[in-house]
Design a binder for this molecule. Structure first.
Ligand code: UDP
Length: 326
């Protein structure tokens, strides 16, 4: 069974590709390398092309049985500044991929969605039935694609799993791959960088939220737990499962201060920090109700916050000791 992994040179796609291969799948990566890194693709077949390039997609789609679609722009702030870029890639490019896959006879599709489709939810933990009201263009583009999948499912017999990730973090336990974003905007890698030798400082975006310690709460999930959910989603579709949307989180929330505390425990160093005003558009609390994923896929996150921070730390140290990776 062969799978096309778009965005396979990216953070989550590269971890999912390894999980697929460990489960016996043949994997072809497809990536334009615009924001990702060729080094995360070592040992895999890589087609270097854009998801909006129908001519490049056609021959490779003939060789696969299903698609896992990770390729997307994923910076919330940038999507506000430059929505055109997001609609072009995540919507236009995404539709090109979807249409070309459909024409190639593919009927199984796993999509990387996000809790950003919910916007600022009224109820925590967030269930899949919660109204989807994204509050930034990034979330709007992901919701658009979810809606396209639903319509295509009804009309053309496509079956899909939409996986709505909460806060992906951590790195592969083998230490060969991890998070490589440029620029890096995520809390855990930035907190680790602010604990490592040097003068990097973490900015804490607001301590006046209505939470116990005043900082935002998020549901951090290990990237290999996400990868495992992708393999199970594919197996679920292979067994004839119907289309479904699933939250992927741990069901546990951690505040920014709790993350800094764990970072200090793991690294044994103080996190240099400074409190700054809130970042625009950050909801106070986002926590998943992931019981549907457990019910439908038999999946549950198994890695702890300590596992997340320590694998990310191992990867960062390795990347720093091999400058070509950093
Ligand atoms: N955050 C922070 N400083 C940073 C980056 C993030 O205080 O430099 C906070 C941010 O306000 C949010 C949480 O950490 O509450 C997680 O942010 P991240 O960007 O990692 O993920 P998001 O929840 O935005 O997808």
């Amino acid at each position: 069974m062969a799978i096309l992994v778009t965005g396979g040179a990216g953070y989550i796609g590269s971890h999912a590709a390894r999980a697929l291969r460990r489960s016996g799948y043949e994997v072809i990566l497809y990536d334009n390398l615009s924001t990702s890194d060729r080094r995360l693709t070592e040992g895999f077949e890589l087609v270097t092309a854009d998801i909006a390039d129908e001519q490049a997609l056609k021959p490779v789609l003939k060789r696969v049985d299903a698609v896992m679609h990770f390729a997307a722009h994923a910076y919330v702030g940038e999507s506000v500044e430059n929505p055109r870029k997001y609609f072009r890639n995540n919507v236009e490019g995404g539709l090109c991929l979807l249409n070309t896959a459909l024409d190639a006879g593919i009927r199984r599709f796993v999509f990387s969605s996000t809790c950003a489709v919910y916007g600022v939810p009224a109820q925590i933990p967030i269930k899949e039935e919660t109204q989807r009201q994204p509050v930034n263009p990034y979330g709007v583009t992901k919701l658009f694609f979810e809606n396209a999948l639903e319509a295509y499912g009804r009309a053309y017999g496509l079956r899909f799993v939409c996986l709505r990730y909460f806060n992906a973090a951590g790195a592969d336990e083998g230490g060969e791959i991890g998070e490589l974003h440029d620029p890096e905007t995520h809390l855990i890698p930035l907190a680790l960088a602010a604990a490592a030798p040097g003068d990097r400082e973490l900015q804490i975006f607001g301590t006046d939220y209505p939470t116990a310690d005043g900082t935002c709460i998020r549901d951090y999930i290990h990237v290999n737990d996400l990868a495992d959910a992708h393999v199970r989603s594919l197996q679920y579709l292979e067994k004839g499962g119907h289309s479904v949307e699933l939250n992927l989180g741990t069901g546990q929330g951690h505040s920014v201060y709790e993350i800094l505390q764990m970072t200090e425990t793991v690294t044994g160093a103080a996190v240099r920090r400074r409190v700054v005003p809130r970042r625009h558009g950050d909801p106070p609390v986002l926590i998943a109700d992931a019981t549907r994923a457990q019910r439908m896929l038999g999946w549950k996150a198994t890695r702890s916050l300590r596992d997340i921070v320590s694998t990310a730390w191992n990867w960062m140290q390795k990347a720093r000791s091999e400058p070509q990776r950093a």
